[in-house]
Design a protein around this ligand. Structure first.
Ligand SMILES: Cc1ncc(COP(=O)(O)O)c(C=O)c1O
Length: 410
């Protein structure tokens, strides 16, 4: 199945009794069995089944099947949020003394988790220029246990060369963990990008309507866990083969951390998936038109959007994402006061964090997501005081342009 078909049909067909095709919301914490033996077998991993919704749930299972089919992986675990997905993967693989190599300019929550939470456990993160694959290679040491990247860095709007990073990770025998939130399987399937593990914030385009928080982890099956330096996962690989990481995540890390999705939220993600393809096309078209319009506007100093034909990333966007540059862009005005004045004039676009919503959202990243950073650190991340981030929605473009024109000209 192509991803757009899998998004609708994979993992669940219909209720065998009623014929209902929508995945039911199994709003149940736990599950009853006919015998103690059956329950013991499931707990011991000798038989499949759901015992407790912190570990697995039938609604969430359908979402996992669908996402995995879209990405071309060996399996998926859905989580309560994108951050829970990232945290779970890191806590499964990293130990004190280990290192991550990651690009500068990625999502602030991920940077904070790497620096502060993992930092407290003596796990070091080295941040390098997102565009420069050689910088990743140079940062690799014998302690490197993960190469992390985002398909398009949010908010710096850089496009790492994923094939090169995949090669560098392979040479270092470190999994290449790719956050594909902003591209989704519609612009590129994780397996084709050379990722070993994909993480998603399903809160964004997959949900598509700003109605729930969620995340997902997909193992693409590229990384050989049996030859890995990760002792616990390596041991499991003898029994679980390519499913070793997912088994370790489900039965130890996710089970013990408790970052499971609510069944109702999994239903909302399933509903979002069905129209993801159609929405992404409009999101990306609108973003390209908005970026082109902003680029020629007298009040705008700079536009960062990798989908622009004159972007330094145009070739990579074509090679990696079939020419679609995603639906997030940033633009710079004269200074912070101009950025705030413009933000306060928007009538249609909402002053809101989040992205991938049907609505266009505008935000001043320096005073919100990146408020805890020093000014020079923000600058290095591509987040100036004069920068506005736009998460472009699926409204009619003429209405969007009118709103931006009145907001820019006052
Ligand atoms: C690229 C990226 N990854 C991860 C996250 C975290 O996701 P969540 O908010 O679902 O925890 C975000 C949130 O904005 C994001 O933009």
């Amino acid at each position: 199945m192509q991803p757009s078909t899998a998004a609708i049909h994979a993992g669940y067909d219909r209720n065998p009794v009623t014929g209902a095709t929508a995945v039911p919301i199994y709003q149940s914490a736990s599950y009853a069995f006919d015998s103690a033996e059956e329950l013991a077998d499931i707990f011991a991993g000798r038989a499949p089944g759901h015992v407790y919704s912190r570990i697995s749930n039938p609604t969430t299972h359908a979402l996992e099947q669908r996402l995995n089919a879209m990405e071309g992986g060996v399996g998926c675990i859905a989580t309560a949020s994108g951050m829970a997905a990232i945290a779970s993967v890191c806590l499964a693989l990293l130990r004190p003394g280990d290192e991550i190599v990651a690009p500068r300019g990625i999502f602030g929550g991920t940077v904070s988790f790497f620096q502060h939470v993992l930092g407290n456990f003596r796990i070091r993160s080295v941040f390098v220029d997102a565009a420069d694959a050689q910088a990743f290679r140079n940062a690799v040491t014998t302690n490197t246990r993960m190469i992390f990247a985002e398909t398009i860095t949010n908010p710096s709007m850089d496009v790492p060369d994923v094939a090169a990073l995949s090669g560098i990770a392979g040479e270092a025998n470190a999994p290449f963990v790719l956050d594909a939130t902003v591209t989704t399987p519609v612009l590129a399937r994780g397996v084709d990008l050379g990722a070993d593990i994909l993480v998603h914030s399903t809160t964004k385009f997959i949900n598509g309507h700003g109605t729930a928080i969620g995340g997902a982890i997909i193992d693409t099956g590229r990384y050989d866990w049996s030859a890995s330096p990760f002792t616990e996962v390596n041991e499991l690989a003898r029994k679980a083969g390519p499913m070793a990481l997912l088994a370790y995540l489900r039965n130890r890390i996710c089970r013990d951390l408790g970052g499971c999705p609510a069944p109702q939220n999994s239903f909302l993600m399933l509903q979002g998936l069905e129209t993801l393809h159609a929405r992404m096309r409009i999101h990306c078209d609108n973003a390209l038109r908005l970026a082109s319009y902003l680029q020629q506007h007298a009040a705008v100093r700079r536009v960062r959007y990798p989908g622009l034909p004159d972007s330094p990333y145009a070739e990579r966007v074509k090679r990696q994402f079939g020419g679609a540059g995603g639906a997030i862009l940033t633009f710079d005005l004269a200074d912070r006061a101009a950025a705030f004045a413009c933000l306060n004039r928007f009538r249609l676009a909402k002053r809101m964090t989040n992205l991938g919503d049907a609505r266009t959202l505008v935000l001043h990243p320096a005073s919100t997501i990146f408020a805890e950073y020093a000014a020079d650190e923000r600058k290095a991340l591509g987040v100036g005081d004069e920068t506005i981030r736009v998460a472009v929605g699926i409204e009619d473009f003429t209405d969007l342009q009118e709103d931006f024109e009145q907001a820019l000209t006052g």
